[in-house]
Design a protein around this ligand. Structure first.
Ligand SMILES: [Zn+2]
Length: 115
C-alpha cells in the first residue's frame, strides 16, 4: 500500500512546517490529488488516521480535493486543452492521440490549519 509512504510524507512535511512557525497543534491539512495518481482517498484517510497518533496532528482532519486530468493537443493548428479520463486521451476536437499532460499527476499540500 503505497498510500502509507505518501501519507507519512504529508504528515512529516506538515509537522515540520508548523513547528517552524511555532505551532503546537494541527487542526486540518488540505491536499490536492491528481486523478492520474494511483492514490485512493479511503486508503489515504486510513493511513492518515493510523499515522497521525503521537504527533501534533493527532486531532487533525485530512481534506482531499481531486484534480481532473487535463491535456493539451500537440497539433500546432489545434492546441485544444481538455479534461479526460485515465485512458481516454484523444483530442476531442481533432482526434489526435498525442497530447501533453498539463494536470493530473500532482499531490500537494495546499493549506495547513494550526494553532
Ligand atoms: Zn487537437
Amino acid at each position: 500500500m503505497h498510500e502509507a509512504g505518501i501519507t507519512r510524507t504529508i504528515i512529516d512535511t506538515a509537522v515540520e512546517a508548523v513547528e517552524e512557525e511555532g505551532g503546537t497543534r494541527i487542526n486540518q491539512i488540505d491536499v490536492t490529488v491528481g486523478e492520474l495518481t494511483d492514490f485512493v482517498d479511503d486508503a489515504l484517510q486510513f493511513a492518515f488516521e493510523a499515522m497521525k497518533a503521537d504527533t501534533i496532528a493527532s486531532d487533525a482532519v485530512l481534506v482531499i480535493s481531486r484534480l481532473p486530468a487535463r491535456s493539451r493537443c500537440v497539433m500546432p493548428e489545434c492546441t485544444t486543452e481538455f479534461e479526460h479520463g485515465r485512458f481516454d486521451i484523444e483530442c476531442p476536437k481533432c482526434g489526435n492521440p498525442f497530447n501533453e499532460l498539463v494536470q493530473g499527476r500532482e499531490l500537494r499540500i495546499d493549506r495547513i490549519d494550526f494553532d
